[in-house]
Design a protein around this ligand. Structure first.
Ligand code: NAD
Length: 388
């Protein structure tokens, strides 16, 4: 629990956003939200892998355009083509069915056309809770904040995640874990968004191992496995709940040290988004936690560790690493392409540390609990690069 003192001063704005939860209920919710908006010319964005799902859940809404060109980090030419389609059909709402990349493209359309977004997430990215947009042009990602892009409504249907490959589910969930942890010391952290982050972290810590243990029912190998169980839809729903709270906390508290470093590494070395967050998190936690023992104790407790341990920072890091071990988390950024596959690309390794320090130095968030010097930043990034 946050402990108030005479010095506690903060202001907060919570989200004005409709959120619907229900396994198997996406089509009904979507019909209702579209009717509530009075939308008559809906543009549906869904990447190839999610197209069939999108067709099913949007069967009863007036669709004016189906759009399936979705790419990670919203390249500008991809965004321009989607915006052109929205103009051509005079779209009055945009529905995204997919992960953060599909949501991001819908946001790019909303940014220009000021039409409402309805997000139907199929990963745990949390983008649906934020007013943050991003666009990539000539290798540089530009981001901004605009209320026009925050989805009017979010529809969570855990059944839509039943086919998410387990490695992707784990790294996406750990990205949500990172949102929760980083929100605790981000520039606008306050007792309200910290409480949301801690509840999100509890939900994720509890659900990720359940998702993994039902892995026989997840991913492409599911049908081939005669002992295949059914995907644990309850655990997927619990993780979606945690991921939403993570997104809300992140939207409210802003980007902390972890997010800023991941942004630099992902942008400069083209490493996969969720895997980058999962890999960097333990290092930033170990770096910051000793400076904020109260926060560390709350994190340790939410991560399933001992909140009253003598050394709460060490306990928080250990609890996080125990979670990683339980769920067999993939980490490491050397030799990874942007889709998280091993490749002959360099990824982020020791050779990239100087460049990362240079890029990150101007991006250190104000008020980070531990002072960041060029040396300590280099040490932190070197540990990430070497997996130390
Ligand atoms: P993603 O949307 O690129 O999806 C990863 C892969 O999973 C894709 O190949 C996709 O087709 C596939 N996939 C998605 N759902 C699936 C499902 N249910 N079953 C099977 N396959 C599925 O990845 P992501 O991690 O969700 O999103 C990453 C992007 O989101 C990045 O560009 C990141 O910057 C952005 N993001 C933005 C914010 C924000 O606030 N603006 C927050 C978080 C992430």
């Amino acid at each position: 629990m946050f402990v108030f003192t005479r010095e506690t001063v903060f202001s907060d704005a919570t989200l004005g956003q409709k959120v619907c939860f229900g396994a198997g209920e996406a089509a009904r919710f979507l019909r209702e939200v579209v009717a509530e908006l009075g939308a008559e010319r809906v543009m549906v964005i869904a990447s190839g892998s999610q197209r069939e799902v999108a067709c099913r859940i949007a069967a009863d809404v007036p669709v004016a355009a189906w759009h399936d060109e979705v790419r990670m980090h919203v390249p500008k030419d991809v965004a321009d083509r989607a915006r052109d389609v929205a103009s051509e059909v005079a779209a009055d709402a945009v529905v995204s069915v997919g992960g953060g990349s599909a949501t991001g493209l819908a946001k790019a359309v909303a940014l220009k056309h000021k039409i409402p977004v309805i997000a139907v997430p199929t990963t745990f990215s949390g983008s649906e809770a934020t007013a943050m947009w991003g666009e990539t042009s000539e290798g540089r990602k530009v981001t901004g904040v605009d209320e026009a892009v925050r989805p009017f409504a979010v529809i969570y249907d855990a059944k839509l995640l039943a086919g998410l490959p387990v490695e992707l589910a784990v790294s996406s969930c750990l990205n949500a874990v990172a949102h929760c942890v980083d929100s605790m010391w981000a520039p606008r952290a306050n007792p309200l968004n910290q409480a949301i982050a801690i509840e999100g972290l509890r939900a994720l810590t509890e659900s990720i191992p359940r998702i993994v243990s039902s892995r026989a029912g997840l991913g492409a190998d599911a049908e081939a496995d005669t002992d295949a169980g059914v995907p644990d839809v309850g655990a997927l729903g619990q993780a979606l709940y945690g991921a939403y709270l993570a997104g809300v906390a992140f939207a409210s508290a802003g980007s902390g040290l972890h997010h800023k470093l991941c942004h630099v590494i992902g942008g400069a070395f083209d490493t996969p988004h969720a895997l980058t967050h999962a890999t960097v998190l333990p290092y930033v936690l170990a770096f910051n936690a000793p400076a904020v023992p109260d926060v560390a104790a709350r994190l340790a407790g939410a991560l399933g560790g001992d909140a009253s341990a003598d050394d709460p920072a060490a306990e928080a890091v250990d609890a996080l690493l125990r979670l990683y071990e339980r769920v067999d988390a993939q980490t490491g950024l050397a030799g990874q392409d942007a889709n998280g596959r091993s490749s002959n690309k360099q990824g982020f390794d020791a050779a990239g540390v100087d460049r990362a320090v240079e890029l990150a130095w101007g991006a250190i968030p104000e008020g980070n609990p531990r002072e960041v010097t060029q040396d300590s930043l280099r040490g932190l990034l070197l540990r990430v690069a070497e997996g130390a």
